[in-house]
Design a protein around this ligand. Structure first.
Ligand code: SAM
Length: 323
């Protein structure tokens, strides 16, 4: 289905929990967020029903996210149910990978196609400082396990912060993309949730990309899978690829194809605005036809673009929205 600006909406991010085992400084306060009671969350059955209704509107790409999706018990059961009961072209998950050594094989067998792993630093101390949880060793084991079990591609997300990890970009590229077939993606720091309060600074990654291209001879590369906002590059002879996600310095709202469903069942059309509509009550009290109408309405209300580049900030954190 097309939105009011002619964009085809074919991608739904599904948050399965607002809890997380990390406390990334830009994302979640150290004390955590008031966690939803189990009854307030969408059940796996609710999620599958919503995905089937989304199918009717042409949505066939799904990404599981959170919070940290792997802290939701029984997640492979949801993956299996989405595979078996819905029409799915692409089923992916965003994770901090801390629990991937334990779950990667089961998730792959259940039908998950690919994973995006968040890694903000390769320096163990800095990693801990940013994430305030977990440890780099386990996360890197999660990454290796993801490659071993055959997720394809394995992508990483690094949120770049001035004076924190911007000097590490080349080391991260070398480590992840020369001998490993990883797609290393660098993301501009967005003014959402905790970020405007965290005392950390944005880096313009369009400029950074030009600087790195010149200095290190990065060459354009064509991704095999995934229709996200990054444009890809590679180190000559490297196995992996490099992406720069530039929502602020070079925004890509004109090609945005996604909706987000949060763990409590609210569907939102845009990360930058705090409005959405609850599908949970509609599903439980009024039935699938009403859910379909609500999704159609929210698609038609999808805003044209965010205005972060002129200083606007957005109140709801990625962890709550389904980042
Ligand atoms: N827990 C999972 C993880 O760590 O990947 C999934 C949820 S997390 C909210 C999803 C992604 O959003 C992570 O890659 C995280 O770094 C990114 N993110 C959160 N807040 C952000 C911000 N203010 N700017 C840019 N990226 C952000």
């Amino acid at each position: 289905m097309k939105d009011g600006y002619g964009r085809e909406i074919d991608y739904l991010r599904i948050s399965v929990t607002d809890r997380c085992n990390f406390r990334c400084r830009y994302c979640m306060p150290f004390e955590g967020v008031p966690a939803a009671h189990h009854d307030e969350l969408l059940s796996f059955d609710d999620i599958v029903q919503i995905a089937r209704i989304a199918n009717e509107l042409g949505i066939r790409s799904f990404r599981i996210t959170g919070g940290e999706p792997l802290v939701r018990r029984g997640l492979p059961d949801l993956i299996r149910a989405l595979r078996d009961q819905c029409d799915v072209d692409d089923l992916s998950m965003t994770t901090n990978a801390f629990l991937l050594p334990r779950y990667a094989r089961e998730l792959k067998d259940a039908g998950l196609d690919r994973v995006n792993i968040s890694i903000d630093s390769l320096d163990p101390e800095k990693f801990k400082w940013i994430a305030r949880g977990g440890d780099l060793d386990t996360v890197l084991r999660g990454l290796d396990t993801a490659l071993e079990v055959g997720f394809d591609p394995v992508k990483t997300n690094t949120v770049v912060m001035a004076g924190v990890n911007d000097q590490e970009i080349i080391d991260i590229i070398d480590f992840l993309t020369i001998d490993k077939p990883v797609v290393a993606r660098f993301i501009e720091y967005m003014p959402i949730g905790e970020a405007p309060r965290a005392g950390l600074e944005y880096v313009d990654l369009s400029a950074k990309r030009e600087e790195l291209t010149e200095k290190y001879g990065l060459e354009p590369a064509v991704p095999r899978r995934g229709n996200g906002p990054a444009r890809y590059w590679r180190v000559q002879g490297g196995q992996g690829m490099i992406g720069f996600i530039t929502p602020i310095s070079d925004k890509y709202c004109a090609t945005c194809s996604r909706l987000r469903l949060d763990a409590r069942g609210v569907v939102r059309p845009c990360l930058a605005y705090d409005f959405g509509v609850s599908l949970k009550d509609a599903l439980r009290n009024e039935g699938p036809e009403r859910v379909r109408e609500l999704i159609e309405t929210i698609i038609l209300k999808k805003p044209e673009e965010h205005h972060w580049e002129i200083g606007e900030v957005s109140p709801v954190a990625m962890s709550a929205l389904g980042g």
